[in-house]
Design a protein around this ligand. Structure first.
Ligand SMILES: [Zn+2]
Length: 141
């Protein structure tokens, strides 16, 4: 049996539908107001089931990172930078840093979301250094 398309998945479908249209969403609790990630059945802080997806600014800072030289499968082009990014609304996600040489990545670096085609061609939320003169039209790396 095939798994459902990512946009049809019960808990994460809305998140992936947002990615597919170039919008980063995050779960926000209707009771305590906190953002969290990954999507959960209940808010990890107050256990409320009353949460909804809301838009994110897509801006954040690098909390931590590592450079992967031996990818889990050949379709990943190595080396690449895997990072935890703290996003402005108080949530974080495991992601990639793209369009930046690995030696230039540092903890605390200001980054912004950039939707990048993954190995199967579907868009994924990656992050790139925040820069005013960046060409934001390029997709992929
Ligand atoms: Zn809550």
């Amino acid at each position: 049996m095939q798994p459902p398309d990512r946009a049809d998945r019960a808990l994460t479908g809305e998140f992936w539908a947002g990615i597919d249209r170039g919008e980063l969403l995050r779960p926000v609790c209707g009771r305590c107001g906190r953002s969290f990630f990954t999507p959960q059945v209940v808010c990890p802080t107050c256990r409320s089931e009353q949460w909804s997806y809301q838009p994110s600014s897509g801006r954040g800072t690098v909390y931590s990172y590592t450079v992967v030289h031996r990818p889990p499968e050949p379709s990943f082009e190595a080396p690449y930078v895997l990072a935890i990014v703290d996003v402005a609304e108080g949530w974080s996600l495991l992601t990639w840093i793209v369009d930046c040489p690995a030696p230039d990545v540092h903890i605390g670096m200001d980054v912004e979301v950039r939707f990048t085609a993954g190995p199967d061609g579907a868009l994924l939320p990656a992050f790139t250094p925040r820069s005013a003169d960046r060409d934001a039209t390029e997709v992929g790396a």
